[in-house]
Structure formats: structure tokens, C-alpha cells
Design a protein around this ligand. Structure first.
Ligand code: CUA
Length: 364
């Protein structure tokens, strides 16, 4: 009986009453939702602490983007949801036509022109900010950043043309630094969130960008381009330090630190003269991938060292660190351990690390 009734009702759908009130209601909900959305967007702390001069204009740009884009998103969503709720077909209207609308030129011009103006304005603003943060003042300090599966290596010029390598980034506060990004294999992406700067390292091409760190502290460095199995562990640390501390660090970088070697350790230095194997294990972050009972680490990315090194001599351990691909433990995948330790851990430290690993894994 109900069906009969429905099939007989055809022809244009009658104009709904209260159409004007509905329209006002929709605009009202849209405005309120947009204001709430913008407030939430500005209140949320999207980014980590800012540690460079470039961070401020970039964060401001982000806020402006939120202010303009949230109402667009909220506006479209509100219209869609409101229409579904208010104007959807009621039972019994299945065979009725909608109102005969043939477009609305004025409305279409408005909803094309407004986004176009917003888009051109935001692009212009973003371009100005980009020019601003990329401007080079005077002579920046040069750091060559080399990405490879799966490690970063930082090269510094010292004295004349001597180049020294480090696995962690050190930069002096308030010194503009120009990074030259290179890659040995695939695409990587050098990203220090606290600096807000991020660019791809492309094989065969030098990519540069400048940053002026302005806050003392240590900040994560992340590879932001999916580059293979070890992508997630391709991390390092950026240290922003006072100028004198940086100079000392650079002068000691990669030095054999012979004085400390005979003296039995205990030097309070920045790590480069360290010959305590356990401390090196910690500072090189070996434990983030490897389990080692003596160091209290439980990493599971690479082999459990207590297990795989129990019957191995120092020569094997040294080879495994210098050339991780030489022999891959059963059940593990090659190509994940950083291949640059040979270059970045000075000889005496590497030996100390090897001795330490050999000693603590022979449980007895
Ligand atoms: Cu390198 Cu991801």
C-alpha cells in the first residue's frame, strides 16, 4: 500500500518551506565551526621547540595557512553535511524531481574568485618567506652532509683543506651554516625539525640550504625520505653549542687523543677522547638497535650481541663494525647497520669498543 502511494507521486518536488531559514542556519553553523577550527589550529602546538632564526617566519606562515585554509575546509564540509541532513529525500519522494536548477553564474564566479585570490596571495607570501629564509648573509660556515643507507655523516673543513667526519652534527649558536647535501646511494632527506628546514639529498647533485641555529641544545635529525629498510633508524643529533665549545670540539674531532690513552681515561672531554668502550657503546647509540646485557640495552633491530658475539674474537667484532655487510647473522637482514663507523669512530675508540664488546659477551 505504501509502495503504491510512492510510485504514483511523480513530477517536480514542491519547494520546501523555510528555505531561507535553512540557508541562514547553514551559514551560522559554518561560521561557528570555522572559528572553532581556527582556534584549535592555532592553539595546537604543531611543532617541536624552535632552534633557528628561520623557524619564526616559517611558523608564522603556518599559522596564516591555518587561518585561511580551515574556513575553506570547514565551509565545504558544513555545506555537505548540512545538505545531507536537511535536503535529503524523504520517504515518498523517490520519484520526484529536484527543483529545476540550471546553474547560478553569480555563485560560481564568487566561489571561483575567492579561492583564486586566497591561493595567489598565499603563494606570494610563501615565496617571500622562502626568499627570506634562504638569504645568505656574509660567509656562512660550510658543512657537507652525506646520506647513505642508513647513516648521516657530517664533514667539516679544518685548517686549510683538511676535512674531518662526524656522525653527529655540531654547530655554533648564531652562526649561519650552509649545508651541502649529498647522497651516496638513494634519495634521503635531511631534516632537523627544530630548525624547520628539510631538503632531499639527491645522488649526483649538491643541494644546499642555510640555517642560523639560535638556541643551545640537542635536537633530533631525521631522514624524511623513505630510503629502505633502515629508514627509521637513519637518525642523528644536532648539537647547537657556544662558539668556544664548538671550536674545541672541532679541533679534537677525529684526533687519536693520545694523551688520554695512556692515562687510563677519566678525561671530561666532549667524547672524542673517550676510550671507555662502554661509554662509546652508549654515545654511538649501539643499544638502539642491539641488545647488550652489560649496557642494559634491549634493541631488537639488529642481532642480540650477548648471543652472537659469545664465541667470536676481537677481529670478527672489529670487522662487523667496520664492514657490517661482511657477515650477516642468521635471521637478520643486511644493509641496515650504518656503514660509516670506520670513518667516524677514531681508531683507538673503535679498538676500545671492540675490546669492551669482546669482554662483556664472554659470559663464562
Ligand atoms: Cu635515509 Cu630514509
Amino acid at each position: 500500500m505504501g509502495l503504491e502511494e510512492r510510485t504514483q507521486k511523480t513530477g517536480p518536488r514542491p519547494e520546501r518551506p523555510h528555505a531561507r531559514a535553512d540557508w541562514k542556519q547553514m551559514v551560522g553553523i559554518g561560521v561557528v565551526a570555522s572559528i572553532l577550527g581556527i582556534a584549535a589550529g592555532l592553539l595546537i602546538d604543531w611543532f617541536p621547540i624552535a632552534a633557528s632564526d628561520e623557524a619564526k617566519p616559517i611558523d608564522t606562515l603556518w599559522d596564516v595557512l591555518i587561518i585561511f585554509s580551515v574556513p575553506v575546509f570547514v565551509g565545504v564540509t558544513v555545506v555537505v553535511l548540512f545538505s545531507v541532513w536537511k535536503f535529503s529525500m524523504r520517504p515518498g519522494e523517490e520519484n520526484l524531481d529536484g527543483p529545476p536548477i540550471h546553474g547560478n553564474t553569480r555563485l560560481e564566479v564568487i566561489w571561483t574568485a575567492i579561492p583564486a585570490v586566497i591561493l595567489v596571495g598565499l603563494c606570494t607570501y610563501a615565496f617571500i618567506v622562502l626568499e627570506d629564509v634562504e638569504a645568505v648573509e656574509g660567509r656562512p660556515m660550510e658543512v657537507r652532509v652525506v646520506g647513505e643507507q642508513f647513516a648521516w655523516t657530517f664533514y667539516y673543513k679544518r685548517g686549510g683543506n683538511e676535512e674531518v667526519a662526524s656522525r653527529e652534527l655540531y654547530v655554533p649558536k648564531d652562526q649561519q651554516v650552509r649545508f651541502t647535501l649529498q647522497s651516496k646511494d638513494v634519495l634521503h632527506d635531511f631534516w632537523v625539525p627544530a630548525f624547520r628546514m628539510k631538503k632531499d639529498a639527491v645522488p649526483g647533485i649538491d643541494v644546499t640550504y642555510t640555517v642560523t641555529p639560535n638556541r643551545i641544545g640537542s635536537y633530533p635529525i631525521v631522514c624524511a625520505e623513505l630510503c629502505g629498510l633502515g629508514h627509521a633508524v637513519m637518525r642523528s643529533t644536532a648539537h647547537v653549542v657556544e662558539r668556544p665549545k664548538f671550536d674545541t670540539w672541532l679541533s679534537e674531532l677525529g684526533q687519536p687523543a693520545e694523551e688520554e690513552q695512556g692515562g687510563g681515561g677519566g678525561g671530561g672531554g666532549g667524547g672524542s677522547g673517550e676510550t671507555d668502550g662502554k661509554a662509546i657503546f652508549a654515545s654511538e647509540n649501539c643499544g638502539s638497535c642491539h641488545t647488550l646485557a652489560d649496557a642494559g640495552t634491549t634493541g631488537a633491530v639488529g642481532p642480540d650481541l650477548d648471543d652472537v658475539l659469545a664465541d667470536k674474537d676481537e677481529a670478527f667484532i672489529k670487522t662487523s663494525i667496520e664492514d657490517p655487510e661482511a657477515e650477516i647473522a642468521d635471521g637478520y637482514q643486511g644493509g641496515i647497520m650504518p656503514p660509516n663507523y670506520r670513518e667516524t669512530i677514531p681508531g683507538p675508540q673503535l679498538d676500545a669498543l671492540v675490546t669492551y664488546l669482546s669482554e662483556v659477551t664472554k659470559g663464562g
